[in-house]
Design a protein around this ligand. Structure first.
Ligand code: 2IP
Ligand code: CA
Ligand code: CA
Length: 378
């Protein structure tokens, strides 16, 4: 009876379809390329086309989940605001309308004069998606939609999505950059406690079909709810020290050095906050460390739920180090998703301000925190 899981999975499949369509359909790809080269950029719309793709995907997910579960309406948040200003200076709220024609007309008012692009996007937004996953029928956990709220990152790693490189060879299973790091992230958390309970990561550009060369996606899910832990992934392999750690290329030098000594050469760099957490989920890395506040609730919620389902988690790094220094020997605090940061405005309200550590095995978390405790300024 995993109705919510099924609905989130099919919303993620529709989102992945739209992400692929924007790269495959010529009238849409042309607009994306204009983004990449800077040619023509922002001249016709007051926002980037990539932002419209993001906003539309987020609205499609919000619409489909809200239609299925009215209790969720008003409790589905995301990275993007849905307000656009078109070439005439009118503000348009992008949303999925009652009919495909109405949605096409609304998108047309933002994308004018790109009518074909608007029609392609509207048709994709209204397509019925069925998730034919027999495994889901055996999932015997029912999550009350009225108890949870949702965070959406419609496309994580947008830079890699726009640039679209397909030729980046993975190293030890981890792609340093490229289209494969663009992901759809949908996570649900408990409204009361802020704990993540259900996560779906969809990889729209997992691989090219060997014969047709068309894109094939795939998805992963996890549930950690009231003592039940379930996931589409097999249980993690036993831990082997030292941990293999994945970092952002923008990570601070002090953190890099401390972790390089800990991992004895097993340090990796990759694009995309969601992708780095996926590397931990898939067992290509043991931990993802980020010392700054450059990720948000919508980046972490879905991967966090899957990590919890596998016995791991995502710890709030700053708080964990503080507790450690104060001699607290309890479990380090996990990230939560229901409370905005005090005194912050806009997206910053939902930033994971003190950084994070994602892990599967608590032993690896402990080793990473110990190494970081010695880094000045953290
Ligand atoms: C970004 C994206 C970036 C990441 C950043 C996220 O989200 O995942 O790749 O930086 O933290 O907020 P990095 O690649 O250095 O880890 P988005 O693409 O949705 O803006
Ligand atoms: Ca993101
Ligand atoms: Ca995004």
């Amino acid at each position: 009876m995993a109705e919510l899981l099924k609905a989130v999975l099919s919303a993620s499949e529709k989102a992945a379809e739209i992400a692929r369509l924007c790269r495959d359909a010529e009238p849409l790809f042309r607009l994306l390329v204009a983004e990449k080269t800077g040619a023509d950029r922002n001249q016709r719309f007051s926002h980037d086309f990539k932002t419209l793709a993001d906003v539309l995907i987020q609205e499609v997910i919000r619409h489909d989940l809200g239609a299925k579960f009215p209790e969720l309406r008003g409790h589905i948040g995301g990275e993007e605001s849905n307000e656009f200003t078109n070439a005439n200076g009118d503000t348009v709220a992008v949303r999925v309308c009652g009919t495909v024609g109405e949605t096409a007309a609304l998108l047309g008012s933002v994308l004018h004069p790109e009518r074909e692009a608007a029609e392609l996007l509207a048709a994709a937004a209204h397509r019925e998606m069925a998730v034919g996953d027999a495994e889901l029928d055996g999932v015997a956990v029912s999550i009350a939609p009225g108890d949870v709220a949702v965070w959406i990152d419609p496309i994580d790693s947008t830079n890699e999505y726009i640039v679209g490189r397909e030729d980046v060879a993975p190293q030890d299973g981890i792609a340093p950059s490229g289209l494969c790091s663009a992901l759809v992230l949908i996570g649900a958390y408990e409204r009361g406690s802020g704990r993540p309970v259900l996560g779906v990561i969809n990889e729209p550009f997992h691989r090219r079909h060997p014969q047709t060369r068309g894109w094939q996606g795939r998805y992963h899910w996890g549930i950690a709810y009231q003592g039940t832990h379930l996931s589409s992934l097999s249980p993690p392999a036993p831990p082997h020290p030292p941990p293999r750690v994945v970092l952002s290329r923008a990570e601070a030098p002090g953190v890099r050095d401390a972790l390089a000594s800990l991992c004895g050469g097993h340090l990796h760099f990759a694009a995309g906050a969601g992708y780095k957490m996926l590397c931990v989920i898939l067992g290509h890395a043991d931990s993802y460390v980020l010392s700054g506040g450059s990720t948000f609730a919508w980046d972490a919620c879905a991967p966090h739920a899957i990590l919890c389902a596998l016995g791991g988690g995502v710890v709030a790094l700053g708080d964990a180090l503080r507790a450690r220094r104060e001699g607290d020997t309890g479990a380090p605090p996990q990230l939560t998703y229901n409370r905005p940061a005090e005194g912050a405005v806009g997206a910053e309200r939902w930033a994971n301000r003190g950084g994070l550590v994602a892990y599967v095995h608590p032993q690896h978390l402990e080793a990473v925190l110990e190494a970081l405790a010695a880094v000045p300024g953290l």
